[in-house]
Design a protein around this ligand. Sequence first.
Ligand code: DQA
Length: 142
Amino acid sequence: MKQFIIINGPNLNLLGKREVNIYGNRSFEDFLEELKTHFQGRCSLDYFQSNSEGLLLDKLHEVGYSFDGIILNGGAYTHTSVAIGDAIAAISSPVIEVHISNVYARETFRHHSYFSAHCAGCIIGCGLDGYRLAIEHLLIRS
Ligand code: DQA
């Protein structure tokens, strides 16, 4: 069975409480249960969240040569982290970059991603459904 992991970056542990007008009022834990049920029997789905850039790098190194796909929402590190961009370029597992909000409709500092050029694809502005779409794509692709 294909093995995927969702990796969420800083502040995404606050989904459901954080700027609900932008990110919605659903916690990720709640959404993840639904997602796991949806994909039951089709793939295995791990989850990792960290607010620390170093821990996100360590997780990418750990899974990036063996997993069949990585769904990455790097939060604000997307717009700042050359190191995470380099890690995505270094690993062999395909990475799909996901953003819940449409970053292009927001502040200009959110318009640049250090990740996108190294990712297999990007899903932006589709809300939490972006994670499901990324997994559907990885299942077809891998
Ligand atoms: C985000 C967009 C980022 O700009 C922001 O810093 C986040 C969340 C999104 O999912 O829309 O933390 O990645």
